[in-house]
Design a protein around this ligand. Structure first.
Ligand code: CP
Length: 318
C-alpha cells in the first residue's frame, strides 16, 4: 500500500483502492467530475500531459479499460503506445519487468498494466524509476482500481448520500476484481450496506469484504436496494468443471425486470462489462431506464484522466 503514495502523501502509483486514503479518493472523484460532459458536447481536452508517454501494457483482453486509458491520455496531450497480449515480448519469454525496463529506456512516464498475475503491478511499481508511475488496469481477481473509481463516480452522481445506500452486487464475486475494488471504495465512502449475492461456490472467503451482508438468494439481496451491480461469470479464472450451468445460473441469479422490482423503484443498475446478455442480466434491464451502464463507460474516461493528472503531479513535484 505504501508504494502508492510518495513521501508528501501524493499519489505515486495506483494499484489498489484498499486502504487508499479517503481524501485521495474524494480528490480523484472531484477531479473526474470536471471531465464529465454531456453526450452531445465535445470531450474536454488539455495539454497537461504534453511530452509525457503512456504505455498501455495489456496482457489480458480489454475493450473499455484499454481504450479509455488511451482516450484519457490523448485528450491530455500525451503520447500513447498500446501493447496487447500476443504483441508483447512476454510471449517470447521476456519477463514483464524486462519489458517495462525496455520501455522505460524509451522514456515512458506511465505504465498501465493489465495482468492475470497477482502482485505483478506492485512488483513493477517497486522497481521503476522514481519519476515513473504504474497504474493497475486490472490485476487477476484482486484489483481494478480505476473501475472502482468510475463505479463510485457513477453512484455518487445519481445518489450522493452514500451513507444511506444499500448496494447489491450479484454474480461471480469470488473471481471478480471489479467487486473487490467496488467494495473497497464503497467502504471508504461509508456505504450503509453492501450485499453480496452469489451461489456458495462463487462467494468470496469470509475474511474478504468486511461488514458485507451475504445472501444466497437474489430476491433477498435486492430487497430495497438503491444500487444493483450485476457481474458476469469469469470463466477465464475457473477450471471447466467449476463453470456453473448457464441456464440454471440465469434462473437463480439472472437480473430480470421482474426481479428488479424488489429493489427500490429508483434503483440504478450497473454492470462493468463485458456483459453476457440474458445470462447475468436481461437485455431489457441492461438497456432499460434504470441502467447506468453506458454512463459507467463514459465516466471511465473522466476517471482515467483524473488519475493520470494526479500521478503527473507527483512526477512534476520531484
Ligand atoms: N470493465 C472492464 O474492465 O472492461 P474491459 O475488460 O473491456 O476493460
Amino acid at each position: 500500500m505504501s508504494v502508492q503514495l510518495d513521501a508528501a502523501g501524493r499519489l505515486r502509483h495506483l494499484l489498489t483502492l484498499d486502504g487508499l486514503p479517503a481524501p485521495i479518493v474524494l480528490g480523484l472523484l472531484e477531479r473526474a467530475r470536471g471531465f464529465v460532459h454531456t453526450p452531445q458536447a465535445r470531450a474536454p481536452r488539455g495539454r497537461q500531459l504534453e511530452g509525457r508517454t503512456v504505455v498501455n501494457l495489456f496482457l489480458e483482453p480489454s475493450t473499455r479499460t484499454r481504450v479509455s486509458f488511451e482516450l484519457a491520455a490523448r485528450r491530455l496531450g500525451a503520447d500513447v503506445v498500446n501493447i496487447e497480449g500476443a504483441a508483447a515480448s512476454t510471449v517470447k519469454g521476456e519477463t514483464l519487468l524486462d519489458t517495462v525496463y525496455t520501455l522505460q529506456s524509451m522514456r515512458t512516464d506511465f505504465f498501465v498494466i493489465r495482468t492475470a498475475e497477482s502482485g505483478a503491478p506492485a512488483s513493477v511499481a517497486e522497481r521503476v524509476a522514481a519519476d515513473v508511475s504504474v497504474v493497475s488496469g486490472g490485476e487477476s481477481h484482486l484489483s481494478h482500481p480505476t473501475q472502482g473509481l468510475l463505479d463510485a463516480l457513477t453512484i455518487v452522481q445519481r445518489k450522493p448520500d452514500v451513507d444511506r445506500l444499500v448496494v447489491c452486487i450479484v454474480g461471480d464475486i469470488a473471481h471478480s476484481r471489479v467487486a473487490r475494488s467496488a467494495g473497497q471504495v464503497l467502504r471508504t465512502l461509508g456505504v450503509r450496506e453492501l450485499r453480496l449475492v452469489a451461489p456458495p461456490e462463487l462467494m468470496p472467503d469470509d475474511a474478504e469484504f468486511p461488514g458485507a451482508v451475504r445472501c444466497l438468494e437474489l430476491d433477498a439481496g435486492l430487497a430495497d436496494a438503491d444500487v444493483v451491480m450485476a457481474l458476469r461469470i469469469q470463466k477465464e479464472r475457473m477450471a471447466t468443471a467449476e463453470i456453473p450451468d448457464r441456464a440454471a445460473y440465469r434462473e437463480r441469479y439472472g437480473l430480470t425486470g421482474k426481479r428488479l422490482r424488489s429493489a427500490r423503484r429508483d434503483a440504478i443498475v450497473m454492470h462493468p462489462g463485458p456483459m453476457n446478455r440474458d445470462v447475468e442480466i436481461e437485455s431489457d434491464v441492461a438497456d432499460g431506464p434504470q441502467s447506468v451502464i453506458r454512463t459507467q463507460v463514459a465516466n471511465g474516461v473522466a476517471v482515467r484522466m483524473a488519475v493520470l493528472l494526479a500521478l503527473a503531479e507527483h512526477a512534476s513535484a520531484r
